[in-house]
Design a protein around this ligand. Structure first.
Ligand SMILES: Cc1cc2nc3c(=O)[nH]c(=O)nc-3n(C[C@H](O)[C@H](O)[C@H](O)COP(=O)(O)O)c2cc1C
Length: 190
């Protein structure tokens, strides 16, 4: 697949076919993620990969935290259930974690950018390998229970939950819905 074509045809997937991509396949995606641009080569990322029962275990942990939350509203049981279900929608979940250093805000910002580039590499590599994927964040990315589960240090952050699996056969290729970019070309001769 041509790189530009890959950029244009990658789409987020919300549903996946059955079957779990093998661990070596996921390891290849993660290696591709680490080829992201990265100022000072700090390599600020680490990855947690959940498959099989591990997804349910993580889901149970978050669901329990949601219902036990002292500020839990009457919506809590439904939210707990949807969190559980969400985590099972793909056979593999890759959690992209930034190792932070908030004593150096410039570096933290650059490292976050590098982790985002790594996540996009991961999505594109999955697409190139014929897999489907989706980057997700939302409340799950900042939940204390999620941070504890992956033993994040105070300055670390969850950059992405990447759902990965095989594409559904009838998945339609949605063309990118993008407004033309606002661009100001300056200094060109033509
Ligand atoms: C930082 C980031 C966070 C995202 N979080 C979510 C999310 O929580 N839930 C979701 O459904 N999609 C999430 N997405 C996916 C976007 O909704 C998706 O990229 C957008 O709809 C464009 O669709 P496409 O990826 O198919 O081009 C996220 C994307 C990014 C870059």
């Amino acid at each position: 697949m041509d790189l530009i074509e890959g950029l244009a045809t990658r789409r987020s997937a919300s549903a996946f076919a059955s079957g779990c991509p093998p661990r070596e396949e996921i390891a290849r995606l993660i290696e591709a993620a680490t080829w992201a641009p990265n100022h000072h080569l700090t390599q600020p990322w680490r990855f947690e990969v959940l498959a099989g029962e591990e997804r349910a275990r993580f889901g149970e942990h978050l669901a329990a935290a949601i219902v036990q939350d002292a500020d839990a509203s009457e919506r809590a049981p439904r939210l707990a259930e949807s969190t559980r279900t969400k985590l099972l929608r793909s056979p593999v979940l890759v959690v992209v974690i930034q190792r932070g250093d908030d004593a150096d805000p410039e570096r933290t910002l650059e490292d976050y950018a590098a982790c985002c580039c790594a996540t996009q590499n991961l999505l594109l590599a999955a697409h190139a390998e014929g897999l489907a994927a989706k980057w997700s964040t939302g409340a799950m990315a900042t939940m204390v229970a999620a941070r504890e589960y992956f033993a994040l240090a105070p300055d670390d952050r969850i950059v992405a939950y990447v759902y990965v699996g095989y594409p559904l056969e009838d998945a339609k290729l949605r063309l990118p819905e993008r407004a033309p970019a606002v661009v100001s070309f300056r200094g060109f001769e033509d």
